[in-house]
Write a protein that binds this ligand. Structure first.
Ligand SMILES: [Zn+2]
Ligand SMILES: [Zn+2]
Length: 187
């Protein structure tokens, strides 16, 4: 009886890999190159991979005694918002994946937790959790449009780039200062 309560994987899903053609002989390899549409919610709140955008998988599947080892690179694009000035950020990512998927009923499957080591379901494996981990771990929690983004003036909301270097709300015109003093004394 299968002890995995997970529903069976659908080989038509773009991130489900069918390893039927990979000989189950330790050392056997097979290249996995494909471009897939990015799944929903791949990323963080402020920066993520746009859903449906191209994600390029450039991976190698290697048979090991206990399963299939998937390694290589994943590339794609990111869009987000600068945490300081809210300007749009658009950049690319290139992350490494290195993940073991244990065969059903292998010792590895029996001696590890599912969140430590991936699981094969028959000849299928699901790359999505590994892809999510790899992408999310490389994303900054506070993305910036550039490392030295000065952000927005907290008083007027204008980007400091668009303001003169001596921009300040401290130096009040002397006449206004006089008015302010007047209102203060009235209270
Ligand atoms: Zn910025
Ligand atoms: Zn200002």
């Amino acid at each position: 009886m299968p002890k995995s309560p997970q529903s069976h994987l659908d080989p038509r899903q773009p991130l489900v890999v069918d390893t039927t053609k990979l000989p189950r002989q330790p050392g056997a390899t097979r290249a996995l190159k494909r471009v897939i549409p990015a799944p929903q919610d791949l990323g963080l709140e402020l920066i993520s991979v746009p859903e449906g955008s191209d994600v390029e998988l450039d991976l190698t599947l290697t048979s090991v005694s206990e399963g299939v080892y998937v390694s290589g690179n994943v590339r794609g694009s990111l869009t987000g918002e600068c945490g300081r000035c809210l300007n749009e950020i658009s950049e690319s990512f290139d992350v490494k994946i290195a993940e073991l998927f244990a065969y059903e009923d292998s010792t590895t499957e029996e001696t590890t937790d599912e969140d430590e080591v991936g699981r094969m379901q028959g000849d299928l494996l699901d790359l999505e959790p590994a892809l999510r981990d790899a992408v999310v771990l490389t994303l900054p929690t506070n993305p910036l449009c550039r490392p030295d983004c000065p952000g927005l003036c907290p008083e007027c909301g204008v980007h400091f780039d668009d303001l003169p270097a001596d921009h300040s709300h401290e130096d009040v015109d002397p006449r206004w200062a006089a008015l302010r003093n007047l209102t203060n004394t009235e209270e």
